[in-house]
Design a protein around this ligand. Structure first.
Ligand SMILES: Nc1ncnc2c1ncn2[C@@H]1O[C@H](COP(=O)(O)OP(=O)(O)O)[C@@H](O)[C@H]1O
Ligand SMILES: [Mg+2]
Length: 310
């Protein structure tokens, strides 16, 4: 079985000649819950637009279950359920109509569409609201309807672009459990996020994207494991305003506006950092040593190509 998503050497320029994707590589196997992690502007939405045929690209190969997204556009698009970041519903349709029309758009007949709409409206706790116009639904209901709509043609892959950005905590936990259940029933899920906690809670595999390139991709435990050592966290008595992002080969993360520094524990590192701080006249309040978290992996991976070393 070919991978659910396979992207090789993908390069994309926007019309203003800005290079948004730079030789990007990505593989997602069937059944994975894949987290596509990266800061704002890293290229997450652009990658999704390419996979779903909404954006053109200049170089590379993009396949969904072995089919090319350009050559076999209709087939590949039908294998994907897309949950965009922004609502894009017709405000005058009811929740149920929105779902039935979507099924029709993908060639599902009306009686089957009605059945599926009932199933998903119940699954997402929207059944009571099925006759309400879209515009009368609450934000949380709209969010759930957006996911239900993406599932109407029974796609093999569900792609969600920051589904929990700006969503309150309660709904976020709800969405997490809906998505976990879908994945446990066999749906391949590709989700973008910049919440580390979300990836840690949900994903079996992650890819970290930074400046249009995938800088790490693996099973979630392996990405954390790649950071062999423990992490040192220094709380400072006074904030440090300027500190190198890298000392030797090791990335240093500046937290809390300079009040804390964190870095991977490597031979000599503590000494070098202390010397640098001493040179600035800054004293240490507290030292903590802890096991790495996904956040550490993310920060040290995305720091690497940003420069600013010492
Ligand atoms: N239509 C566009 N025209 C020009 N540049 C764009 C366009 N859309 C996005 N970009 C740029 O491409 C980069 C990647 O954007 P995007 O894929 O939206 O990132 P992300 O979803 O990870 O936040 C950003 O620098 C963004 O400013
Ligand atoms: Mg985006």
């Amino acid at each position: 079985m070919p991978p659910a998503i396979s992207i090789k050497n993908l390069t994309k320029f926007y019309r203003n000649r800005f290079k948004a994707l730079d030789n990007l590589q990505l593989d997602v196997a069937q059944g994975q819950f894949f987290g596509f992690l990266g800061p704002n502007g890293a290229g997450k939405t652009t990658t999704i637009s390419v996979m779903t045929g909404l954006a053109n690209y200049q170089q590379g190969e993009v396949q969904i279950f072995g089919k090319d997204v350009r050559r076999d556009y209709r087939q590949t698009r039908a294998m994907i359920g897309l949950v965009p970041q922004e609502f894009n519903f017709d405000p005058f349709l009811s929740a149920e109509q929105i779902l039935i029309y979507e099924a029709g758009y993908f060639g599902v007949d009306r009686s089957e569409g009605k059945k599926r709409a009932e199933h998903w409206l119940k699954f997402f706790d929207l059944w009571e609201k099925r006759k309400h116009d879209y515009k009368r639904l609450s934000g949380g209901m709209k969010r759930r309807l957006l996911i239900a709509r993406a599932l109407m043609h029974d796609p093999a892959i569900l792609i969600l672009d920051e589904p929990t950005a700006g969503v309150d905590l309660e709904l976020r936990y709800h969405l997490w459990s809906f998505l976990k259940e879908l994945n446990s029933k066999g749906k391949t899920i590709f989700l973008t996020t910049h919440y580390i906690e979300e990836a840690e809670k949900l994903c079996t595999h992650i890819g970290v994207v930074h400046q249009g390139r995938v800088v790490a991709q693996d099973a979630i435990g392996a990405v954390i494991h790649r950071l062999h050592g423990d992490f040192v966290e220094l709380a400072l008595k006074t904030p440090v305003y300027e500190f190198p992002h890298q000392v030797g080969e090791v990335a240093v993360t500046i937290l809390d506006g300079g009040k804390r520094l964190s870095f991977e524990e490597k031979p000599g590192m503590v000494n070098r950092v202390l010397q640098l701080l001493h040179g600035k006249g800054i004293e240490i309040e507290k030292v903590d040593v802890r096991r790495p978290k996904l956040e550490d992996a993310f920060l040290s991976l995305t720091a690497k190509s940003s420069g600013g070393g010492a």
